[in-house]
Design a protein around this ligand. Structure first.
Ligand SMILES: [Zn+2]
Length: 277
């Protein structure tokens, strides 16, 4: 009996120890469990990425709206500084010049025929005296001389006009509505030129764009700083293949570069990229 009792006591002791050890393991598991979950990489990652993820979702169509701003910034950063602000001065219906502006331009005018002769350049000029701004006159002589040497007969028909000349031009035409009002013409700067050729009877007509002289202007005009002004409708003026404006060789090259990229459509839009007075 005594032996049975001591066996039972030993068994109870074993069970007690087993329960104690078991509950110790259980308790340590409970304590260790949550710590492991908090420290686990998955939980940490979710906590870290959640705010970023929310930000991305909240952005309203991020690809479309900022694009024009980016393009303008790129263009402005790469624009050349004009040697003379007059080269990028817009003159049109919305940017007319006054008598004071024209009076100042007059002080910088040069007789084209005399200037070209002095430089030994061959230039065909319809109206003498034709006057141009001194900034453009050397390249103008160079352009006409190069045309002559190449066998084309590019002829200067009209250059600087003052306000009175522009009024006169309106009176002489059958379509006065198509001729700009005094103050609205690029000719007031002394940097705009009308060219023609013998094969169109020295007239200013759209057929000029089928002549070798026009082809010469398109191929080489920019090398001397000249670009066609009215390539698209501007101020209601139809395309004028005879009317070219002087930007100078560097800006002319830059303009054609931006035009080829579709950033500007004509010289007016190019000039608008620069600060205006
Ligand atoms: Zn013109």
């Amino acid at each position: 009996m005594e032996a049975k009792k001591s066996k039972k006591r030993a068994l109870r002791g074993l069970i007690f120890v087993a329960i104690l050890v078991g509950s110790l393991i259980f308790t340590s598991n409970i304590l260790a469990g949550p710590q492991e979950t908090i420290m686990s990489p998955t939980v940490t990652r979710i906590v870290a990425t959640e705010p970023v993820h929310q930000k991305i979702v909240e952005l309203p169509s991020p690809t479309m709206t900022p694009m024009p701003i980016l393009v303008v910034l790129t263009v402005e950063a790469s624009l050349l500084r004009p040697s003379d602000p007059l080269l990028v001065r817009i003159v049109d219906k919305n940017h007319p010049v006054d008598w004071w502006f024209v009076l100042n331009i007059r002080t910088s005018l040069v007789n084209v025929g005399e200037a070209c002769t002095r430089q030994g350049m061959k230039a065909l000029i319809w109206n003498t005296p034709s006057k141009a701004h001194e900034v453009a006159v050397n390249d103008l002589c160079g352009l006409m001389n190069a045309s002559y040497e190449a066998g084309s007969r590019l002829t200067l028909r009209s250059a600087f006009r003052d306000l009175k000349d522009q009024e006169e031009a309106r009176k002489q035409t059958d379509f006065p509505d198509r001729v700009l009002l005094p103050g609205e013409s690029q000719h007031h700067t002394g940097l705009a030129f009308d060219f023609t050729s013998p094969s169109v009877g020295y007239q200013l007509v759209s057929e000029f764009n089928n002549t070798p002289e026009y082809k010469f202007l398109v191929e080489h005009g920019w090398e001397f700083g000249f670009v066609e002004s009215y390539v698209a409708d501007h101020d209601g003026v139809i395309q004028e293949p005879w009317h070219w404006v002087y930007l100078g060789p560097e800006l002319a090259r830059k303009y054609l570069e931006l035009k080829a990229q579709g950033i500007v459509k004509d010289p007016f839009e190019f000039q608008a990229l620069y600060p205006q007075p």
